[in-house]
Ligand binder design. Structure first.
Ligand code: AMP
Ligand code: MN
Ligand code: MN
Ligand code: MN
Length: 276
């Protein structure tokens, strides 16, 4: 049987709409045979996802998506095939979770100054013990009728330079890669084109990433065009990185972004799963 890998996805443990069990079942329905759950700065969904995957007869790869600071940029590092119980990793993500929660409170304060009250309390209730991300704030602004779409929420309030943007210092790129490696995992630079980095900066970032022990880069992501894939593969080749593929699925409702709905890796790419 041929495998279908989807190595980037989210559940209600962070900003996904589906519980880990619902996510796994949906992945199976879409033909995924190996799914990585990679919630933002948390491994809290992995146990439930693992149990659901065993029931459904698909493979669950334990993962995480860490927010990492690199100079003034925020990069997302996906860790795959990690030991979710590794003490060093748990210690690291506990610090990230404090940063995340404090940032959420500051975003809410900024919104309150714009006359938009109660964001933090509302989102804490919705997220439960899960991690709050800016996507929660975007949905909150849509629900309140303040903006029409998630994209409007980012464009008008949440993106860099907008009124509710809070500059944040996350763990360093080297620390994040170190935690993943210590937990037995492989570190992958997520969605390399989404940071809008110049060629000079992406090369600088990839050199630092590799020096820290990073081994992969997402070459195929949800909705990537042929040109996107070509460019991402060029980065992989230039820096001799393994290639990963993942949808970055958050919620049902977009037929162009679905679990397992991914182009094949380019011929010649070295798949990241060789390292698992
Ligand atoms: P955070 O890590 O809290 O800064 O939140 C980042 C999350 O917000 C990402 O993982 C996406 O889920 C979401 N996001 C970021 N930018 C956008 C955007 N322009 N439109 C929709 N969602 C976005
Ligand atoms: Mn997200
Ligand atoms: Mn991301
Ligand atoms: Mn993601």
């Amino acid at each position: 049987m041929s495998e279908l890998y989807d190595l980037h996805s989210h559940s209600t443990a962070s900003d996904g709409a589906l519980s880990p069990t619902e996510l796994v079942l949906r992945a199976q329905q879409h033909g995924v045979t190996a799914l990585a759950l990679t919630d933002h700065d948390t491994t809290a969904g992995l146990q439930e996802a693992g149990e659901a995957a065993a029931q459904a007869g698909i493979r669950l790869i334990s993962g995480i998506e860490l927010s990492a600071s690199f100079e003034s940029h925020c990069l997302h590092i996906v860790g795959l095939n990690i030991d979710p119980q590794h003490p060093g990793l748990l210690e690291g993500i506990a610090k990230q979770q404090i940063i995340r929660d404090q940032r959420a409170q500051k975003i809410a304060e900024k919104l309150a100054r714009k006359g938009i009250a109660d964001a933090y309390a509302t989102l804490r209730q919705i997220a439960g013990n899960g991690e709050i991300t800016r996507l929660h704030f975007a949905d909150f602004l849509v629900t309140r009728g303040i903006v029409e779409t998630q994209q409007d929420a980012f464009d008008r309030y949440l993106s860099k330079g907008k009124p509710a943007y809070v500059p944040t210092v996350w763990a360093s790129l080297a620390e994040c890669v170190g935690w993943i490696r210590a937990a037995g995992g492989v570190a992958v630079l997520a969605h390399p084109l989404r940071y809008k980095l110049s060629t000079k900066w992406i090369n600088k970032a990839l050199i630092a990433f590799k020096a820290a022990g990073g081994q992969g880069i997402e070459v195929v992501t949800g909705r990537a065009s042929i040109d996107d894939i070509r460019l991402s593969y060029l980065h992989a080749s230039k820096h001799q990185l393994h290639a990963s593929m993942g949808s970055d699925f958050h919620a049902p409702g977009n037929q162009w972004l679905e679990l397992g709905r991914l182009a094949a890796l380019p011929d010649g790419a070295t798949p990241i799963w060789r390292l698992f």
